[in-house]
Design a protein around this ligand. Structure first.
Ligand code: 5GP
Ligand code: ZN
Length: 111
């Protein structure tokens, strides 16, 4: 997708170290961390909203969640973590390529 910062990161156009990568997703550090550890799990398929989910995209997200559970220890999230998916304007979504925030490395405040 043109002009999508995460597609550019996935394509290597914008360099960003990958903590994990396979054919379906990457994990990078958030550039403006909101917790001691703050990662972004970004599916390689471009779509913005859960509204767009079909069978293929729901398989991709299922895969991402399963993979996050498998690699969490290697990311330093073994003591627990928070998952956030911002959706749309009121959700505070700023990058319109669906991504899963992983926050941890400390005890997070409630909300
Ligand atoms: P959203 O607000 O859409 O849920 O999350 C977008 C996140 O992407 C923000 O937390 C922001 O800090 C992060 N971000 C935006 N641009 C870049 C970038 O170029 N590199 C990295 N690593 N993170 C970015
Ligand atoms: Zn994209």
């Amino acid at each position: 997708m043109e002009n999508c910062i995460f597609c550019k990161i996935i394509g290597g156009e914008i360099p960003s170290p990958r903590l994990y990568e396979d054919d379906k997703m990457i994990v990078i550090r958030d550039i403006e961390p909101k917790a001691k550890l703050h990662y972004l799990c970004i599916p390689k398929t471009h779509f913005a909203l859960l509204d767009e989910m079909d069978e293929e995209k729901s398989e991709i997200l299922k895969y991402c969640f399963e993979k996050i559970a498998q690699i969490k220890d290697s990311l330093g999230l073994q003591d627990g973590y928070r998952i956030i998916i911002n959706q749309g304007e009121n959700g505070g979504q700023t990058v319109h390529h669906l991504h899963i925030h992983l926050l941890g490395g400390e005890v997070l405040g409630g909300f």
